[in-house]
Design a protein around this ligand. Structure first.
Ligand code: GSH
Length: 217
Protein backbone atom coordinates (compact mmCIF):
# COMPACT_ATOMS: atom_id res chain seq x y z
CA UNK A 1 0.00 0.00 0.00
CA UNK A 2 1.54 3.35 -1.01
CA UNK A 3 1.65 5.98 1.74
CA UNK A 4 1.72 9.71 0.99
CA UNK A 5 1.71 12.60 3.44
CA UNK A 6 0.31 15.90 2.27
CA UNK A 7 2.41 18.51 3.98
CA UNK A 8 3.54 22.08 4.47
CA UNK A 9 7.31 22.31 5.12
CA UNK A 10 7.19 23.90 8.59
CA UNK A 11 3.97 22.33 9.92
CA UNK A 12 4.53 20.74 13.35
CA UNK A 13 1.45 18.52 12.99
CA UNK A 14 2.75 16.90 9.80
CA UNK A 15 6.09 16.50 11.53
CA UNK A 16 4.43 14.33 14.17
CA UNK A 17 3.35 11.86 11.48
CA UNK A 18 6.79 11.92 9.81
CA UNK A 19 8.41 10.99 13.13
CA UNK A 20 6.04 8.06 13.61
CA UNK A 21 6.55 6.80 10.03
CA UNK A 22 10.33 6.96 10.55
CA UNK A 23 10.14 5.21 13.93
CA UNK A 24 8.31 2.39 12.18
CA UNK A 25 10.56 2.30 9.12
CA UNK A 26 7.60 2.75 6.75
CA UNK A 27 8.32 3.88 3.16
CA UNK A 28 6.36 7.02 2.30
CA UNK A 29 6.42 10.06 0.07
CA UNK A 30 5.68 13.70 0.95
CA UNK A 31 3.68 16.05 -1.21
CA UNK A 32 4.29 19.67 -0.15
CA UNK A 33 1.56 22.17 -0.90
CA UNK A 34 1.35 25.93 -0.54
CA UNK A 35 -1.15 26.56 2.25
CA UNK A 36 -1.51 30.18 1.12
CA UNK A 37 -2.82 28.93 -2.24
CA UNK A 38 -3.98 25.36 -1.69
CA UNK A 39 -4.75 23.31 -4.81
CA UNK A 40 -8.38 22.39 -5.56
CA UNK A 41 -7.76 18.66 -5.01
CA UNK A 42 -6.53 19.44 -1.48
CA UNK A 43 -9.62 21.49 -0.64
CA UNK A 44 -11.83 18.64 -1.74
CA UNK A 45 -9.89 16.05 0.31
CA UNK A 46 -9.26 17.98 3.55
CA UNK A 47 -12.45 18.65 5.58
CA UNK A 48 -10.74 21.35 7.71
CA UNK A 49 -8.53 22.59 4.88
CA UNK A 50 -5.51 21.59 6.99
CA UNK A 51 -2.44 19.42 6.67
CA UNK A 52 -1.51 16.70 7.40
CA UNK A 53 -3.47 14.35 5.20
CA UNK A 54 -2.36 10.76 4.96
CA UNK A 55 -3.17 9.01 1.71
CA UNK A 56 -3.05 5.24 2.01
CA UNK A 57 -4.00 3.56 -1.24
CA UNK A 58 -7.31 5.20 -2.24
CA UNK A 59 -8.16 6.31 1.31
CA UNK A 60 -7.47 9.65 2.97
CA UNK A 61 -7.06 10.35 6.70
CA UNK A 62 -6.95 13.76 8.38
CA UNK A 63 -5.92 15.05 11.85
CA UNK A 64 -2.40 14.21 13.07
CA UNK A 65 -3.50 12.34 16.22
CA UNK A 66 -5.86 10.12 14.22
CA UNK A 67 -3.23 9.53 11.52
CA UNK A 68 -0.67 8.51 14.13
CA UNK A 69 -3.07 6.14 15.89
CA UNK A 70 -3.85 4.49 12.54
CA UNK A 71 -0.14 4.12 11.72
CA UNK A 72 0.41 2.69 15.19
CA UNK A 73 -2.29 0.05 14.74
CA UNK A 74 -1.08 -1.02 11.31
CA UNK A 75 2.73 -0.82 11.46
CA UNK A 76 4.90 -2.26 14.27
CA UNK A 77 6.33 -1.54 16.77
CA UNK A 78 3.45 -0.30 18.94
CA UNK A 79 4.19 3.16 20.32
CA UNK A 80 0.92 3.77 22.21
CA UNK A 81 0.78 2.23 25.72
CA UNK A 82 -0.97 -1.15 26.00
CA UNK A 83 -3.02 -0.24 29.09
CA UNK A 84 -6.33 1.41 28.00
CA UNK A 85 -6.32 3.84 30.92
CA UNK A 86 -2.74 4.96 30.30
CA UNK A 87 -3.51 5.19 26.59
CA UNK A 88 -6.52 7.43 27.29
CA UNK A 89 -4.36 9.65 29.48
CA UNK A 90 -1.79 9.90 26.70
CA UNK A 91 -4.50 10.97 24.25
CA UNK A 92 -5.39 13.79 26.61
CA UNK A 93 -1.79 14.93 26.93
CA UNK A 94 -1.29 14.70 23.16
CA UNK A 95 -4.20 17.13 22.84
CA UNK A 96 -2.48 19.30 25.43
CA UNK A 97 0.62 19.17 23.21
CA UNK A 98 -1.44 20.58 20.33
CA UNK A 99 -2.58 23.39 22.61
CA UNK A 100 1.06 24.09 23.55
CA UNK A 101 1.98 24.17 19.87
CA UNK A 102 -0.64 26.86 19.24
CA UNK A 103 0.65 28.81 22.24
CA UNK A 104 4.14 28.58 20.75
CA UNK A 105 2.82 29.84 17.42
CA UNK A 106 1.29 32.86 19.17
CA UNK A 107 4.54 33.51 21.02
CA UNK A 108 6.51 33.30 17.77
CA UNK A 109 4.18 35.64 15.90
CA UNK A 110 3.56 38.13 18.74
CA UNK A 111 3.73 41.65 17.33
CA UNK A 112 5.08 43.58 20.31
CA UNK A 113 6.79 43.18 23.70
CA UNK A 114 3.54 43.18 25.71
CA UNK A 115 1.96 40.50 23.60
CA UNK A 116 5.20 38.52 23.62
CA UNK A 117 5.30 38.61 27.44
CA UNK A 118 1.65 37.51 27.63
CA UNK A 119 2.41 34.54 25.40
CA UNK A 120 5.48 33.68 27.49
CA UNK A 121 3.21 33.54 30.55
CA UNK A 122 0.79 31.24 28.75
CA UNK A 123 3.59 28.89 27.72
CA UNK A 124 5.00 28.96 31.28
CA UNK A 125 1.58 27.99 32.62
CA UNK A 126 1.51 25.00 30.28
CA UNK A 127 5.04 24.01 31.31
CA UNK A 128 3.91 24.02 34.95
CA UNK A 129 1.02 21.67 34.10
CA UNK A 130 3.31 19.27 32.25
CA UNK A 131 6.17 18.91 34.73
CA UNK A 132 4.31 16.81 37.35
CA UNK A 133 3.28 14.39 34.59
CA UNK A 134 6.84 13.67 33.49
CA UNK A 135 8.71 10.51 34.48
CA UNK A 136 12.38 10.57 35.44
CA UNK A 137 13.12 10.14 31.76
CA UNK A 138 14.42 9.99 29.26
CA UNK A 139 10.91 10.04 27.75
CA UNK A 140 7.48 11.04 29.02
CA UNK A 141 6.73 7.69 30.64
CA UNK A 142 10.30 6.43 31.07
CA UNK A 143 12.45 4.29 28.78
CA UNK A 144 9.88 3.79 26.01
CA UNK A 145 9.43 6.33 23.21
CA UNK A 146 5.67 6.68 22.62
CA UNK A 147 3.23 8.48 20.30
CA UNK A 148 3.04 11.16 22.97
CA UNK A 149 6.79 11.80 22.68
CA UNK A 150 6.41 12.08 18.89
CA UNK A 151 3.63 14.63 19.42
CA UNK A 152 5.81 16.95 21.54
CA UNK A 153 9.10 16.73 19.61
CA UNK A 154 8.11 19.44 17.05
CA UNK A 155 7.49 21.88 19.91
CA UNK A 156 10.99 21.36 21.31
CA UNK A 157 12.61 21.70 17.87
CA UNK A 158 10.98 25.10 17.36
CA UNK A 159 11.71 26.21 20.93
CA UNK A 160 15.45 25.58 20.34
CA UNK A 161 15.34 27.99 17.40
CA UNK A 162 13.36 30.64 19.28
CA UNK A 163 15.85 30.51 22.17
CA UNK A 164 18.51 31.86 19.80
CA UNK A 165 16.48 35.07 19.48
CA UNK A 166 15.40 35.52 23.13
CA UNK A 167 17.79 34.09 25.74
CA UNK A 168 15.18 34.36 28.49
CA UNK A 169 13.26 31.51 26.86
CA UNK A 170 15.98 29.13 28.11
CA UNK A 171 15.23 30.08 31.71
CA UNK A 172 11.47 29.74 31.25
CA UNK A 173 11.69 26.03 30.58
CA UNK A 174 11.92 23.83 33.71
CA UNK A 175 14.93 21.48 33.84
CA UNK A 176 12.86 18.33 33.53
CA UNK A 177 11.30 19.60 30.32
CA UNK A 178 14.70 20.59 28.97
CA UNK A 179 15.96 17.07 29.62
CA UNK A 180 12.94 15.54 27.93
CA UNK A 181 13.37 17.86 24.93
CA UNK A 182 17.07 17.00 24.72
CA UNK A 183 16.28 13.28 24.60
CA UNK A 184 13.65 13.82 21.88
CA UNK A 185 15.88 16.02 19.73
CA UNK A 186 18.74 13.53 19.82
CA UNK A 187 16.56 10.82 18.24
CA UNK A 188 17.23 10.13 14.54
CA UNK A 189 13.52 9.99 13.66
CA UNK A 190 13.12 13.52 15.06
CA UNK A 191 16.32 14.98 13.57
CA UNK A 192 15.36 13.66 10.14
CA UNK A 193 11.71 14.71 10.29
CA UNK A 194 12.07 18.14 8.67
CA UNK A 195 13.39 19.61 5.42
CA UNK A 196 17.13 20.42 5.34
CA UNK A 197 16.55 24.19 5.41
CA UNK A 198 13.84 23.97 8.08
CA UNK A 199 15.29 26.66 10.36
CA UNK A 200 15.64 29.19 7.52
CA UNK A 201 12.07 28.51 6.38
CA UNK A 202 10.72 28.78 9.92
CA UNK A 203 12.43 32.13 10.43
CA UNK A 204 11.32 33.36 7.01
CA UNK A 205 7.73 32.54 8.00
CA UNK A 206 8.15 34.56 11.21
CA UNK A 207 9.49 37.51 9.23
CA UNK A 208 6.51 37.34 6.89
CA UNK A 209 4.33 37.75 10.01
CA UNK A 210 6.44 40.69 11.33
CA UNK A 211 7.29 38.63 14.40
CA UNK A 212 8.47 40.84 17.25
CA UNK A 213 10.97 38.20 18.42
CA UNK A 214 12.91 38.59 15.16
CA UNK A 215 13.15 42.38 15.20
CA UNK A 216 16.76 43.64 15.34
CA UNK A 217 18.04 40.13 14.67
N1 GSH B 1 -5.61 19.60 14.59
C1 GSH B 1 -4.85 19.53 13.36
C2 GSH B 1 -4.06 20.81 13.21
C3 GSH B 1 -3.38 20.89 11.84
C4 GSH B 1 -3.01 22.31 11.47
O1 GSH B 1 -3.34 23.28 12.18
N2 GSH B 1 -2.36 22.46 10.31
C5 GSH B 1 -2.05 23.80 9.81
C6 GSH B 1 -0.59 23.89 9.34
S1 GSH B 1 0.55 23.64 10.63
C7 GSH B 1 -2.89 24.07 8.57
O2 GSH B 1 -3.03 23.22 7.72
N3 GSH B 1 -3.44 25.29 8.47
C8 GSH B 1 -4.16 25.70 7.31
C9 GSH B 1 -5.33 26.57 7.65
O3 GSH B 1 -5.68 26.67 8.84
O4 GSH B 1 -5.89 27.13 6.72
C10 GSH B 1 -3.93 18.30 13.38
O5 GSH B 1 -3.50 17.90 14.48
O6 GSH B 1 -3.69 17.72 12.30
Amino acid sequence: MSIELVSFPICPFVQRAVIVLKEKGVDFSINYIDLAAPPAWFKSLSPFGKVPLLKTGDDVLFESAIINEYLDEVYPPRLHPEDPLVRAKHRGWIEFGSHLMFEQFKLFTAKDEDNFQQQCEAVCGSFARLVPELSDGPYFTGEAFTLLDAAYAPFFMRYEILKKYREELSDLMPTKLQQWGGALLSRASVRESVVDDFEARFIEFGRSKNAFILLDA
